[in-house]
Write a protein that binds this ligand. Structure first.
Ligand SMILES: C[S@@+](CC[C@H](N)C(=O)[O-])C[C@H]1O[C@@H](n2cnc3c(N)ncnc32)[C@H](O)[C@@H]1O
Length: 290
């Protein structure tokens, strides 16, 4: 039987509101630059029109909520939704400071809670991969749409196609091969849970969406400004960071060996303006039935 705290996202939400919030805040600049390349590609292809009502699913700090609010203008409305109250608190403060009265925020579990609406467009920049039940969550989003409303979300392709995390993880696994998660909280299904177009299209169809498309988007992303920062980032975030964190004492014991191995791995990726890695996503679109 699945642990109910996993099924209803309680564990994942706790992780996002604690350990993952702290890490995302610490590496916010590095992360945002990389994620923005993929988010911008999605918004360029599927921009919301002036006056549109948009929901930003799993909005995090609300960078894209602000971006969308500027795109739809004062006659439009954007609602940034996130299950982690600490992200929303900061997102709300920053949107207010930017004078964006048409950007509003809601703390809600996308899988279970009322999302308001009806919306013309639903957008998600890497915010839809963490639901225990993706079908329930995407159905809930679909129910909040006007007939014919557009979903555009960007999700990671497979980990193997994302060298910026995969190569580092493989290297760490050579040093710490087995990790027992114990009772520590984790982020839920994980960043690569929507990598398969067959699976995701089946989930979206089951959730009542139509006319599903996938476009592959590849980009070299700058993961850090220096090798030291890249090491810090690699040790703290993503699958490699999770292995080290979950390994507890062993992670601490093997810290030196991991740092040395990652330094050697990442050195060839250093360029004059920072450290780069290959990344790849799916830009997914779908329509609510007209
Ligand atoms: C990888 S972050 C992306 C944040 C943001 N979209 C960005 O691009 O900066 C994923 C976000 O999804 C949120 N999230 C995870 N599970 C959720 C759920 N069940 N309902 C709403 N938000 C959720 C997390 O709190 C986190 O802020």
């Amino acid at each position: 039987m699945i642990d109910p705290s996993i099924e209803n996202n309680v564990e994942a939400i706790e992780a996002w509101n604690t350990i993952l919030f702290d890490k995302f805040l610490r590496f916010r600049d590095a992360l945002t630059v990389g994620l923005a390349l993929h988010g911008d590609a999605t918004l360029e292809r599927h921009p919301p029109p002036i006056g549109a009502r948009v929901i930003d699913v799993g909005c995090g700090f609300g960078d894209t909520t602000q971006q969308l609010a500027r795109m739809v203008g004062p006659t439009g409305l954007v609602v940034g939704v996130d299950a982690a109250a600490r992200f929303i608190q900061l997102g709300r403060q920053e949107a207010e400071a930017a004078g964006l009265a048409n950007a509003t925020f809601l703390v809600a579990d996308v899988q279970a809670d009322d999302l308001g609406g009806p919306y013309d467009q639903a957008f998600g920049r890497f915010g839809t991969m963490f639901f225990a039940s993706p079908v329930m969550a995407m159905r809930n989003v679909r129910k909040a749409m006007r007939p014919g409303g557009l979903l555009s979300m960007v999700v990671w392709r497979s980990k193997a196609e994302n060298a910026w995390v995969h190569d580092v993880e493989q290297k760490v696994l050579e040093i710490i091969p087995h990790v027992d998660k114990g009772d520590q909280v984790t982020c839920g299904p994980g960043p690569f849970s929507m990598a398969s177009p067959d699976l995701v299209s089946a989930q979206l169809l089951a959730a009542g969406w139509e006319r599903i498309t996938f476009e592959r988007f590849d980009a070299e992303i700058r993961i850090a400004s220096s090798l030291d920062e890249a090491l810090e980032f690699a040790m703290a975030l993503g699958p490699a960071g999770e292995i080290i964190r979950l390994a507890g004492d062993e992670g601490v014991r093997k810290h030196g060996a991991v740092v040395a191995a990652l330094r050697e791995l990442l050195a060839p990726s250093v360029r004059p303006d920072g450290v780069y890695g290959a990344s790849s996503s799916w830009i997914v679109t779908a329509r609510a039935p007209a």
